[in-house]
Unconditional design. Structure first.
Length: 116
């Protein structure tokens, strides 16, 4: 059996917590890799994509890439699939808060994505 190389432990990524009016905490990565920034800057995959589809997909991609954890009513979520599922199930007001929070976060920490 071939020897397997041990992976270097992942470094903790710098994060920024944001608290909503109900005391729920959304924690976002402070930075993204240049490859991720380039991917997020790309346009829609096909010409058939509507503007709303492209906007919604970009919003979800930003959430997927930035969200590290989301504590709702004392229950912390850290699994990426659970985080995205919770975002998709959230009521419109919560989704609006998340989008506004991400927009503010981008302006402060990743300005190259804020204007895109």
């Amino acid at each position: 059996m071939a020897k397997r190389r041990k992976r270097a432990p992942r470094q903790k990524v710098a994060t920024v917590p944001y608290v909503d009016g109900d005391g729920n905490t959304l924690t976002l990565r402070e930075t993204l890799s240049t490859g991720t920034i380039a991917k997020l800057g790309e346009g829609p995959a096909t010409a058939a994509t509507t503007q709303e589809d492209a906007w919604r997909r970009r919003s979800e991609l930003l959430f997927e890439r930035l969200a590290v954890s989301w504590e709702i009513a004392g229950l912390p979520l850290t699994d990426q699939k659970m985080l995205l599922g919770r975002y998709r199930m959230a009521d419109p007001a919560t989704q609006q808060w998340v989008r506004e929070t991400i927009a503010t976060h981008l302006e402060r920490h990743i300005p190259e994505l804020a204007s895109a």
